[in-house]
Ligand binder design. Structure first.
Ligand code: DGT
Ligand code: MG
Length: 240
């Protein structure tokens, strides 16, 4: 079982099973328990690929990935995925009610837990405005939800399991700044290690540290001030 949520990439390289060229080469960094780390970098830099190794959607090709000082392969997939709230870049909802979509993976969730996680994900008010509220059906023949609404339902689904590690892949891209900061504030109360991929520099600055990826490598990692001193690319991103 994952207890602390410490994550360590040690000389990690990764090549997709169907590809010839690696998408990650020699990635090393540590995320401390309950730390919030933002990941930034150009499209195609390898941010999503980096994420997918933690719930073991793919295995590391070279190097070692540790969770709580133990190689990730020493956990069962159930142990790992039970401890990780992973919100993919394009989340999938299944045909069914919003309630069932949020409670997915925690079938014994109470009504209160469902509502609390929806409130924390900043989607409760939207749900209450739908014709059947939490019983509204989504998917085929159901209501159409926007990409940002699906993302927030997917965040609620992750939060309801009280994850030790929360991973948000560009999950707040569709939110206005005020709603986003409400969401990030709510997530603080979960006391989990948080990795958040973002294209918004303001979101990155609100994290404890920022990791800048470029072309499958870690170009720099540190606080906003540290990166300003370390990386001319970071300075250009901030100024743009
Ligand atoms: P984004 O989401 O557009 O900001 O880009 P990233 O940084 O998330 O990039 P990522 O990790 O999706 O892609 C990095 C490289 O890996 C890129 O050249 C595309 C390639 N790639 C991504 N997914 C797959 C996959 O499933 N199979 C193969 N063969 N290549 C993939
Ligand atoms: Mg991506």
């Amino acid at each position: 079982e994952v207890i602390d949520g410490k994550i360590e990439y040690e000389h990690v390289a990764f090549t997709y099973p169907t590809a010839d060229e690696p998408v990650l080469t020699d990635v090393s960094f540590t995320v401390n328990p309950r730390e919030k780390l933002a990941i930034i970098g150009a499209t195609g830099a390898g941010k999503t690929s980096l994420f997918q190794l933690i719930p073991r959607l793919y295995n590391v090709t070279k190097g070692v990935l540790y969770i709580d000082q133990k190689p990730i392969t020493s956990y069962t997939l159930d142990q790992l995925r039970g401890s990780i709230g992973y919100v993919p870049q394009s989340p999938l909802l299944f045909t069914g009610s919003i309630r069932d979509n949020i409670a997915w993976g925690k079938e014994n969730a109470t009504r209160e837990e469902i509502i609390q996680s929806a409130k924390d994900a900043q989607i409760h008010d939207t749900i209450m405005d739908l014709p059947d509220q939490y019983d509204t059906r989504v998917g085929q023949k159901g209501v159409n939800l926007s990409g940002g609404q699906k993302q927030r339902i997917s965040i609620a689904r992750a939060l309801i399991r009280r994850p030790k590690i929360l991973m948000l892949d560009d999950s707040t891209s569709a939110l206005d700044l005020a709603t986003e900061s409400e969401l990030l504030r709510a997530i603080q109360h979960y006391h989990c290690t948080t990795m958040i991929i973002t294209s918004k520099i303001s979101t990155a600055i609100s994290a404890d540290r920022i990791l800048l990826m470029n072309d499958g490598k870690v170009l720099a990692i540190g606080t906003h001030e540290e990166l300003l001193n370390q990386s001319s690319l970071y300075m250009r991103i901030v100024e743009s």
